[in-house]
Ligand binder design. Sequence first.
Ligand code: NAD
Ligand code: ZN
Length: 344
Amino acid sequence: MKALVKAKAEKGLWLQDVAVPEIAPDEVLIKIERTAICGTDMHIYRWDEWAQKTVPLGLVVGHEYGGTVAAIGSTVRRVKVGDRVTGEGHVVGTRSRNARAGKFHLDPDTKGIGVNLPGAFAQYLALPEFNVIPLKEDFPLEIASIMDPLGNAVHTALAFDLVGEDVLITGAGPIGIMAAAVAEKSGARRVVLTDINKWRLDFAKKLTSRTRMINTMEEDLRGVMTEIGMREGFDVGLEMSGAEPAFNQMLDVMLMGGNIAMLGIPSKPFPVDFGKLVGKALTLKGIYGRQMYETWYKMLALLDSGLDMSPMITHHFAARDFQEAFDLMETGKSGKVILDWTQI
Ligand code: NAD
Ligand code: ZN
């Protein structure tokens, strides 16, 4: 089969012929039809420090996908050949305390497909049955391929009660924008989304209806809070940039006793005024991945009840034209970019 491989220790990915994965009795072989490119894939593509430390050379990359079951192992019962599926990309163990307690998303032995294990930028992917998410027959394959980041957004947004609350989201990347849409739908009162990239804030308007966008390079956050009638601070903060100024600004504008869910991954350690965190009696919760499998349940329910993620997808490429897609991703002027693996 064809697959995108991190074949060399330099910038790029290489389309190569590799063997179709063999499945174990408890695994499912998925015929990949659509994939989406993630920020994580861009780290691997650029071969930055994190990628060099984490990703083995020769790995098939990619972890956001939709496809069809092509074969099942002998013990698989939940899906059959021909079913439309996507999957949870974190493959967990069964030995740790958390895994034994059913808290699979907190298993320290987690491995990521397309990061530590063979990935989905390929014609076929082998995945444990446990990780397979069955979808309705007519579920759009492209939406299937963006459920992984939508899951990050839903997991973070639903970490704290949003009903009637004022919510600040820092970072209008794909996940921050999705989180704003989820916050609106989940009954938040005011939703404010910040970034320093004008294109992204403009784009975010396509997925939201009442979120106030702020370019913090041009507009003062406190001034906007006054303008929209806020007298105190934000009840809930969703940190989705990993940027020091964004996090410290969030600390400044939180209400006493407020809650922060932090998904953004800082590229390096940064100073934080913990006096503010303590003085304001804030709760800070780190968010990793998606909750298995409650986040998937909520995501499917939100989509079922009208959450429309289709405007998130801005570009489509045949998988063979992957280079154009990665070049576009580097400009930062795209939503989710889809590769079609039926065109290889
Ligand atoms: P992204 O890089 O596309 O988006 C981050 C956004 O933050 C960008 O639009 C950038 O312009 C913006 N930004 C930079 N400085 C800012 C500032 N000072 N104020 C406000 N915004 C600022 O990332 P994404 O794919 O949307 O993911 C969001 C974050 O979540 C990233 O840090 C990513 O690494 C992280 N992530 C974490 C997990 C997890 O399991 N914890 C999973 C997926 C992604
Ligand atoms: Zn991803």
